[in-house]
Design a protein around this ligand. Structure first.
Ligand SMILES: Cc1cc2nc3c(=O)[nH]c(=O)nc-3n(C[C@H](O)[C@H](O)[C@H](O)COP(=O)(O)OP(=O)(O)OC[C@H]3O[C@@H](n4cnc5c(N)ncnc54)[C@H](O)[C@@H]3O)c2cc1C
Length: 375
């Protein structure tokens, strides 16, 4: 049995941010930690790859620069449930980055700064063991006083040690070369959000994002939905969005998003959750900025636990719930219930009525302004 001061399960944005935060806070502790990843970077992750300014700022705070190909977004097209269209102009609203490139950059940066990264090592079983946790993998067994569940929506750490909370949303997407569409979004540095299906009961939206794959301009087209949308409905909406951008049917991929709803369970004795494992934005399904923010708070809590020998992680739960991260998630939870609820059309009309409210709401969402919109 191998003893480690911290075992991080998963090396997506949440695991890498936890590791990078540990390096920044407590390099000696980071050197006694390990990050376990079942895949090998660069690996694909089903995700549109929209990185909002808040995520960029969090990465800057970790001294990580996004030296990877990106499609920049400065404009948004929004279709409301009744079909009315809005154009929202901004500046640097989002950068769209392929996840195989983003995640490899983050995981390798954490590794190069001193956290051991063990790839192709699948965590198969997690259980409390004395005053710590036993972690079984496809290669060996670890014992640790702290296990971090950075293992995404289906988190084995959440299921084994923390318990259920939140809601499982679903998203389906595909990538189409722009040359095979009639879509103007890529050239216009625009992303499109289409809420028209809310009028027929979808609790979510369709999207088209510009992106760059192997140097070629592509459209990432997808659908996000909270329950009760089933796979057939998602694929029907995807086909409709592909038609809207003038593309033929394309191979699609689907993946769940564990979203925040109600009171979240974020930690238990010797275990804490970050990123999708903990629960991200239920309104839009944005999770990269949340993964990074959870990771940084977790690193601080892990350092404190090692200093105080208090492994309850009550302070982590309090830091998330009482801080900006928890406040934003609660507002997004409320927003999802209002916009995707029975009076949703009324809330969309209200949001569409004021350009100033739209600008404030977008700046708040993107983390470039701390003013909170009144929902
Ligand atoms: C179709 C779709 C589109 C999306 N678009 C966006 C978007 O545009 N912008 C945005 O911000 N968010 C988007 N999201 C959400 C975003 O992808 C997630 O919120 C984000 O990936 C969460 O990061 P994470 O590190 O918590 O988990 P993940 O990125 O899922 O990483 C988890 C890691 O853990 C590893 N792992 C899992 N289980 C084990 C195990 N047992 N043992 C070892 N390793 C394990 C996995 O291989 C993976 O590397 C989208 C999601 C979907 C499905």
């Amino acid at each position: 049995m191998e003893r480690r001061d911290v075992v991080i399960v998963g090396s997506g944005p949440a695991g890498a941010a936890t590791a990078l935060g540990l390096v920044a806070r407590a390099p000696a502790l980071a050197a006694r930690s390990v990050m376990l990843e079942k895949a090998r970077h660069p690996r694909d992750k089903t995700c549109a790859g929209g990185v909002i300014p808040k995520a960029v700022r969090l990465l800057e705070s970790l001294d990580v620069s996004l030296a990877v190909p990106e499609a920049r977004v400065d404009h948004a097209g929004v279709t409301l449930p009744g079909g009315r269209e809005l154009a929202v102009d901004g500046d640097d609203l989002c950068r769209v980055i392929r996840r195989r490139e983003l995640d490899a950059l983050l995981a390798w940066t954490a590794r190069d700064r001193g956290v051991e990264l063990r790839e192709e090592e699948h965590v198969t079983h997690v259980a409390r063991d004395g005053d710590g946790v036993r972690v079984d993998t496809s290669r060996r067994t670890y014992w640790t006083p702290v296990v971090v569940g950075a293992d995404g929506s289906g988190s084995i750490v959440r299921r084994a040690l923390v318990g259920p909370s939140g809601v499982t949303a679903r998203a389906v997407m595909c990538d189409v070369p722009v040359a095979r569409t009639s879509w103007t979004g890529h050239a216009g540095r625009r992303y499109d959000f289409d809420f028209a299906p809310c009028a027929t009961g979808l609790r979510g939206y369709r999207w088209a994002f510009p992106c760059v794959i192997d140097g070629a301009a592509h459209a990432n087209v997808g659908v996000y939905a909270l329950p009760p949308a089933d796979g057939t409905r998602l694929r029907t909406e995807l086909a409709a969005m592909l038609e809207r951008v003038g593309a033929a049917a394309a191979a699609w991929k689907a993946f769940p998003i564990h979203a925040h709803a109600g009171r979240a369970r974020l930690a238990a004795s010797h275990a804490l959750l970050v990123g999708d494992a903990a629960g991200v934005d239920p309104l839009m399904g944005e999770g990269i900025s949340f993964a990074l923010e959870y990771g940084l708070l977790a690193a601080e809590a892990i350092w404190r636990a090692h200093e105080t020998r208090d492994w309850s992680f009550h302070s982590y739960v309090a830091a998330v719930e009482r801080g900006p991260l928890g406040r934003k998630l609660r507002r997004l939870d409320l927003g999802s219930r209002l916009f995707y609820g029975p009076r949703g059309r009324w809330w969309f009309r209200l949001a569409a009525a004021s350009r100033r409210a739209q600008r404030i709401g977008l700046a708040w969402y993107n983390g470039v302004d701390d003013r909170v919109p009144s929902l």
